[in-house]
Design a protein around this ligand. Structure first.
Ligand SMILES: [Zn+2]
Length: 253
């Protein structure tokens, strides 16, 4: 069995062109799906972020609740002390004792008011957090709605094309094995550097099928001779003549 290295230039070109045609078909399917896979991923990430926000808000609400509980308890204690002092005032023996108790009562009244203020502020904060929670939940619902639409769009396209894409991927792998390793490396490098994924292009109307720069007649005839692999001097893509291009079909193995 011949190794890859024994193949003629024409066979090498045919092999890499076959691979290009298969890969271009895969590209077409991916173009059809467009930005959908990325959009779906972005929306999923957004929902995850919003869920985290809700969890954080819940922690804040719990902390505020605990704070209110503590302040309510402190207020109760101060109020109880005031009641106790009121009783003591009825049984004082002298003015000095009365004044001392009055001072204590005033301090506890201050304590009650201070706690009331804390509770009021915290209740306001609590409402604010509750509103933020509701808004975040509404946002999640909106994003989920969009995600549902995008997902079903993607699923529909995937269902239509999945089998074809799988078959083409298998074909692409098989075609790769037939390509000269050095040529394959060049092919893959060129392919990834262009958005349209074209690394092997035919001559179209005397021009490079990739960058559309004119190819001189002398060079065109060299390309037709299949004696060496020729790349476009402008874009670096591998060039083939239109006859070879027409002969090689992605559908055939
Ligand atoms: Zn070119």
């Amino acid at each position: 069995m011949a190794t890859v290295k024994d193949f003629s230039v024409e066979e090498k070109l045919t092999a890499v062109l076959s691979l290009q045609k298969i890969d271009s078909k895969i590209d077409d399917i991916r173009t059809l799906k467009g930005e959908l896979p990325m959009e779906v991923k972005d929306l999923e990430d957004e929902i995850e972020g919003l869920q985290t926000r809700i969890n954080n808000i819940d922690t804040e609400i719990n902390n505020i609740n605990a704070f209110i509980e503590t302040k309510t308890e402190a207020k109760k204690e101060a109020a109880a002390l005031i009641k106790k002092y009121e009783k003591q005032q009825d049984n004082v023996k002298n003015n000095r004792e009365f004044e001392a108790i009055t001072k204590e009562m005033e301090m506890q009244e201050l304590e009650v008011r201070l706690n009331e203020k804390h509770i009021k502020d915290a209740t306001y904060e609590q409402k604010d957090r509750m509103n933020a929670r509701i808004k975040t939940e509404e946002k999640i619902a909106t994003v989920e709605e969009t995600l549902k639409v995008k997902r079903s769009e993607l699923e529909k396209i995937s269902a239509d094309t999945e089998k074809e894409e799988q078959q083409l991927t298998v074909k692409s792998e098989a075609a790769k094995e037939k390509v000269d390793p050095r040529l394959l490396t060049a092919y893959e490098r060129i392919r990834t550097s262009y958005r349209n994924g074209l690394a092997v292009v035919p001559i179209l109307r005397d021009s490079c099928g990739g960058c559309f720069n004119v190819i001189p007649p002398q060079r065109q005839s060299e390309i037709r001779q299949h004696k060496k692999i020729i790349v476009c001097e402008h874009c670096g893509r591998i060039l083939v003549d239109s006859d070879l291009n027409d002969k090689v079909n992605a559908a055939s193995k």
